[in-house]
Design a protein around this ligand. Sequence first.
Ligand code: KIV
Ligand code: NA
Length: 276
Amino acid sequence: TRSVTVPDLQRMRDGRERIVMTTAYDAVTARIADASGVDVVLVGDSVGNVCLGFENTLPVTLAMMAHHLEAVARTRPRALLVVDMPYLSFHLGVEDTLRNAGGFIRSGAQGVKLEGGARRVPVIRALVEAEIPVMGHLGLTPQSLNAMGGFKVQGREARAAVELLEDALRIQDAGCFAVVLEGIPAELAERITQELTIPTIGIGAGPGCSGQVLVFHDILGLLPGPSAKFVRTYMNGFEQLTESMVHWAEDVRAGRFPGPQESYMLPEPARDQVRA
Ligand code: KIV
Ligand code: NA
């Protein structure tokens, strides 16, 4: 089966077929995500908080992203493979941004995602000019944590809502092939989706987007503690996986593991010599 491409997403949007995107950070999560038939796999900088124990995405470096992208890319997913540009990998100028994003493309990414609106237009244009497809990301952009003063729903007042719509139009005009809308009111996301010609992919942005994205570990309930309002969990992964690990530990402690099926046995002649 051939891979999903950037133009495929536009065709899906035009045909009102909802786009499904999730994250993957290594070969295991990539294989599970791809086997589920999602359209887009994102190596998100959420790897920082989901896998690496950071409080937020700001400490995630280009090298960390490359490490995880390469693991995902080696599984050759059918889904479109997109990678996040981490904090400070696209803020220091066009040339630095091109080198950083180009390295990801060489590692097998089919596009990059970067946070921000009108301010990002020059780098978005340069990337598109260099044949690198760009997915935008607006609203509650986690790399803006310090500027936002916390993880808060964005675009709630009229001025901010209009600004978000303008940002969406500007990055579309700069050449983005899609845009993630995160943590904004459903009505605003629906309006942006109507105004744009490219697909919108929502997370905490209501049902009116061209598609939806959720973090892999959120869908499967793998993270301990309460999840955000916008998350729907499809299994209690943390509890269920822990329970299986507990059973294995009990079997070891009781001498039930390993059994004959999990052990290598000597062939007949050697057996007699070795046996006590
Ligand atoms: O890093 C990430 O996982 C993301 C998605 C939630 C959109 O940016
Ligand atoms: Na991200």
